[in-house]
Design a protein around this ligand. Sequence first.
Ligand SMILES: CC(C)(COP(=O)(O)OP(=O)(O)OC[C@H]1O[C@@H](n2cnc3c(N)ncnc32)[C@H](O)[C@@H]1OP(=O)(O)O)[C@@H](O)C(=O)NCCC(=O)NCCS
Length: 446
Amino acid sequence: MPDADRPGGSPLSTSLGAGQGGLRRVDVDPSDDRAFARWVSARARAFHEPDIESDSDLERFASSRQRMLRAVLDDTEEHADIPVGTLSAWDLGVRLPGAPGQSTRTVSARAISAVSVAPTHRRRGIALSLIVDELRDARRSGLALAVLTATEAAIYGRFGFGPATHGTDCALDVRRARWLGDPPPGRVRLVPRDELRSLAPVLDEEAHARVAGEVVRWENFYDRMLGLTPDRRRGAASLRAVRYDDEAGRPRGYALYRVRRSAAQPQVMEAAVVDLVAATPDAYAALWRFLSELDLVDRVVASLRDDDEPLRWMLEDPAAVVTSNERALLWMRVLDIPAALTARGWAAADTAVLDVRDPLGLAAGVFRLTTDSEGEARVTAVSEGAAEREPMLSLGIAELGALLAGGVRADTLARARRVTSDDSAAAARFDRMLATARTPRLSSLF
Ligand SMILES: CC(C)(COP(=O)(O)OP(=O)(O)OC[C@H]1O[C@@H](n2cnc3c(N)ncnc32)[C@H](O)[C@@H]1OP(=O)(O)O)[C@@H](O)C(=O)NCCC(=O)NCCS
């Protein structure tokens, strides 16, 4: 595999036009310490993060070592071995809706992260080239989807990514929190953090089994979240872990939190939730109640929560919960339309004809989707000019990515003029096929 130390690599995608002299795309070998450090430095520089000065700075990026690292080098630069563009990629399990009454289905998707371009090389198509090459590679590997979580939301629509899940930050004012209903019958216990290392993946699996949009969390995710990696150990001293056991003593949920002063209002003490996972409604209620009843705490804050979080409905005064910072979390890019449509379960037996455009030309065409009462789908390509009895829905590949996990209604996109049809009822009909029991969500950024 070529890396940043050896000559080689390939020119940037030819579709990107002229003016790319000196630029070449390479794969960086993550086991090569020097090349890896340069890749990490380039990424840190573009994201305005502190420079990498020691081996321990590099530890923060341990998970990148497990990934495919792409880079663009500029041979005309004085320090030509430091990449001017970076991207990391790996294959990640993403949950799509299951058939009615069934669990979600986990599909392997190409995850993309660390997209960065040196401040001196912006707006020359380097990010575009890295992303297009990655999408093509994923498609060649037989993957139906690519996914990412974005720092800059405005960028990825043009690459065919649609916002598939949304999340918000929420704050619970504990003085206003009067709980409805009896306290759950089980017990909340404080546990050492490392005890959650084996329990959390099991509870996540159960809790996320019915939630589309969630991804399969990876080893290093847990180590970092629980403060078990060398770079996180010091900051983790204030991290507390609790577990909820049901009446039979079976663990059904956990929360990880720290109590701190609010950065914006130093007189306010907050319990900041790092993760709260509940496999049952009792566990969910018990963990939130526990956090709201902590002494010395004025407010419980949590990010990456749903916009239809049940919390509000557990309180006499729903306004005790204030949400903010609503944003798209998972961005989904369909690479293979038939494979993506057959990967999920469907809520109703019907037929839809989809005319899908793709600005990058990776996945486009007219497809007939037929779903049965078991929630399974059959997809056939419709040849040009073929007469179709069913109304046709026209949409872009980004819109398909937004719809696939059930995160938006086709009717909403039709009213936004992003899904069009000659038949005004076609979007609502497609919505009955797409319907999911729960709004999709994502609780792990990558
Ligand atoms: C964002 C970033 C990766 C873009 O790299 P780039 O090489 O300048 O992008 P490209 O030249 O390939 O541009 C591709 C398209 O994205 C658009 N674009 C680039 N940066 C954008 C931004 N910050 N906001 C909105 N659109 C942007 C370009 O206009 C272009 O669209 P067009 O072809 O329709 O004109 C780069 O500016 C960067 O590293 N920023 C700091 C790190 C960062 O924000 N990374 C993204 C995290 S999600």
